[in-house]
Design a protein around this ligand. Structure first.
Ligand SMILES: [Zn+2]
Length: 160
């Protein structure tokens, strides 16, 4: 025998009064669950932490077990978000930030740019790299023209 959900009318299994999602919603609205959630959130906020989710709480438990001092460190810094995201996502974020912020610097020059920028400032470093690229382009152009002139002379010499 089957019945229907009290909230949405969907067919549910025998003995059930609600479908799975409405049963969960009903349970979460209940006094006991709300009190329990409030206590947990208040404790997290008192410890300077943000709202929790299952993945974070799993990772935090493992971290606290391995390193008891980590709890204070996490509460002090913004490590919680980075912990939630993981190293692969951090690397991706860093690449994407670099692509945006250093879009005007060719990818091959970015490492040099970072070193230079620390020593002489961003503007100067940018100018130095641009000058270097221009000089290189002029050198290549000149080499090409010289090569063409030389080949043309050789062709004319050998034509007679
Ligand atoms: Zn329902």
């Amino acid at each position: 025998m089957s019945s229907t959900c009290a909230d949405c009318g969907k067919t549910v299994s025998a003995g059930a009064t609600r479908c799975r999602s409405h049963a969960n919603a009903h349970k979460n609205r209940g006094e006991a669950m709300r009190a329990s959630s409030s206590r947990a959130l208040a404790a997290r906020q008192a410890a300077g932490m943000k709202r929790n989710d299952a993945l974070t709480s799993q990772k935090l438990k493992a971290l606290y077990a391995a390193d008891p001092a980590a709890k204070a460190r996490l509460a002090a810094g913004g490590e919680l978000g980075r912990l939630r995201q993981g190293p692969a996502s951090q690397a991706k974020r860093s690449q994407s930030l670099t692509a945006t912020k250093l879009a005007h610097i060719p990818a091959a020059d970015r490492d040099t740019y970072r070193i230079l920028a620390k020593k002489v400032g961003a503007k100067t470093a940018e100018q130095m790299l641009a000058d270097q690229r221009q000089a290189e382009a002029r050198r290549i152009l000149a080499a090409n023209e010289n090569g063409m002139v030389e080949r043309e002379r050789r062709r004319q010499r050998e034509a007679y």
